[in-house]
Write a protein that binds this ligand. Structure first.
Ligand code: ATP
Ligand code: MG
Length: 376
């Protein structure tokens, strides 16, 4: 006997109106399909019922591993689906319990049974089913019931004539299915922060268009690898990395001539936002995402963020603005970008010795004008 299905549970969608819910479910199912196809996990059928999505597959463990990364999914359980009849449920529960017992290497595991009768045509009420299955397991295996401190939880969900029996509940990221919130452009460097920022916007249902400002081959290679990790959360999104080159040499030279080199980082960031704005407008994106975190470096002070934000009339989303480095790092580790982000990158040749910490909007505008007038 092998497992034949995955029970996929989702969260917030369930709280929306009936119509919105159908639409969300539809997108979530499409993203699930796309995830399984692109990771080459075969499946037979995907169906939505009673606030769950059932994926029928001969490879439930592999499917669960992939579907963990689909946003909107709150938890999943590789399951054995059988006819909803007490003897069948009993036998299945016992087999799965034995398997788990071996896996944990425990002589006498503590366990509980958690049953939910989701459609009511099944005659046994949930608490009674829990008791009956629990007794059956105790009659056949060394075990002890402990509702609070248990090693194994046997889950049973009964709906539409079938019982789904499982012993694992794997957590997903939650969030909303990608494609439900439209597109944003994310400025992606090879650093630790911006991949986390892009990830968090994906998690809330955005399709992300990653834009990298070219700063050397090593950095580009890094960013490609990082996007390779991020796109495995981007099922339902279609975009590839966009690489943009902006001229920083000229600005740098002129600022030096004017002895205002300390404004270089602001001009650089301003240029990046302008580039992102252009891509966003070409591709119909509704905002720009950056990995700024307040006060982290000189260019991320309130004064400087204010100056740089003028480069676009689109909203700029900064999901990390209130996070400490530690919090950002722990997300980067969990999603798998941290190691790649820690690889060496091309040093920035334009960084001045003393970058300005509190730029003046008036002076910045004056310098912008002066730079234009110097165009020769
Ligand atoms: P990160 O860890 O994301 O590189 P950082 O701490 O190095 O950020 P900055 O260099 O000030 O901080 O960059 C702030 C933000 O500007 C980044 O999070 C990213 O969104 C964007 N950015 C910086 N460099 C690039 C680049 N070469 N291409 C695209 N976006 C960039
Ligand atoms: Mg960086």
């Amino acid at each position: 006997m092998t497992l034949n299905s995955v029970v996929v549970r989702y969260g917030e969608i369930g709280t929306k109106s009936w119509r919105t819910r159908r639409w969300f479910e539809e997108i979530l199912m499409n993203n699930i399909r796309e995830a399984l196809v692109s990771e080459e996990v075969p499946y037979k059928k995907i169906e939505a019922m009673h606030g769950r999505i059932i994926v029928w597959t001969a490879m439930p463990a592999e499917a669960a591993e992939v579907l963990r990364r689909v946003f909107g999914v709150v938890s999943l359980s590789p399951a054995m689906a059988v006819e909803a009849a007490l003897e069948k449920i009993n036998r299945t529960a016992l087999k799965l319990f034995r398997r788990k017992k071996r896996e944990l290497g425990l002589e006498k595991p503590r366990f509980r049974v958690s049953a939910r009768r989701i459609t009511k045509e099944f005659p046994i009420k949930s608490p009674d089913l829990q008791k009956l299955v629990g007794e059956y397991v105790l009659e056949n295996e060394e075990a002890v019931v402990d509702l609070r401190d248990y090693d194994v939880e046997i889950g049973i969900e009964v709906m539409e004539g079938k019982a789904y029996v499982f012993t694992d509940r794997i957590r997903g990221w939650g969030g909303l299915p990608i494609g439900t919130q439209g597109k944003v452009v994310a400025l992606l460097s090879g650093g630790i922060d911006s991949p986390v920022a892009a990830f968090l916007m994906m998690k809330r249902g955005c399709e992300v268009i990653p834009v990298h400002i070219y700063s050397g081959e090593r950095s580009l290679e890094k960013v490609r690898k990082i996007w390779g990790v991020l796109r495995r959360y981007h099922y339902g999104g279609k975009t590839d990395l966009v690489v943009v080159r902006i001229d920083r040499d000229t600005v740098h030279r002129k600022l030096r001539e004017m002895k205002r080199e300390k404004y270089m980082c602001l001009f650089c960031k301003y240029g990046m936002i302008e580039a992102a704005d252009k891509v966003a407008k070409e591709m119909g994106a509704k905002g720009i995402v950056t990995g700024d975190s307040l006060g982290q470096v000189a260019s991320q002070t309130l004064d400087n963020l204010m100056i740089v934000s003028r480069a676009t009339d689109l909203p700029i989303y900064r999901p990390l603005i209130g996070m400490d480095k530690e919090e950002i790092v722990s997300i980067a580790k969990a999603i798998g970008t941290f190691e790649l982000s820690s690889l060496p990158e091309d040093p920035c040749p334009y960084v001045p010795r003393h970058p300005i910490i509190r730029g003046s909007p008036g002076e910045f505008q004056k310098l912008r004008k002066a730079l234009k007038e110097r165009e020769t």
